[in-house]
Design a protein around this ligand. Sequence first.
Ligand code: 5GP
Length: 215
Amino acid sequence: MADTTNLTPSLARRGLMFVLSSPSGAGKTTISRKLLAAEDNLRMSVSVTTRPIRPGEVDGKDYHFVTRARFDAMVADDAFLEWAEVFGNCYGTPRAQIADGLAAGQDYLFDIDWQGTQQLYQRAGVDVVRVFLLPPSIAELEHRLSSRGTDSAEVIAGRMARARSEISHWDGYDYVVVNDAIEACFGKVRTILEAERLKRARQTGLLEFVRGLMR
Ligand code: 5GP
């Protein structure tokens, strides 16, 4: 009998930009980490920021930390695919590398807010997949935001107000996933990534493959 293992061809494919946004406390960081650990072909897009480095962060891994003058020069050079000012600091997605990576089939994960997502979509629409995570309830979000440490009621109220305003942008996304259980949510987000990779338009090797089938 013929050996039927490994019959699935690996077709050339264009990479995609996978955007994950959520109000803080909805589990975006956990889902991002799990995706990066599980998906070999997915790389984090490392943003450039003017905000001060936090303890435990690594320059070049978490962000590229730069001065405001350097950031402004990069804006003037059109070095960003998108950029935004968030809470008084500037954040931007460097254009370099991503274009070449996409053409070579590399997928990128973006942890950016709704403003960045909107700009990215305007600039690179067909390559962008937008996923928004929601908390299961406001009570659960408040619980997650207040169980982080010893923050005052005022700080927590500020975070809740920001979370509500972020949630109001849910309709600017292609997919919305309610994160009530981390494993189930991760499974859904991974399914979205796998399905998006199979879109006909991204499978650049398909034409040649189908020609071969019809020969
Ligand atoms: P943090 O300072 O806590 O790391 O991030 C603050 C906010 O900036 C988060 O909502 C994050 O999603 C957003 N952010 C991080 N990098 C970028 C970026 O490159 N572009 C945009 N538009 N937002 C970003």
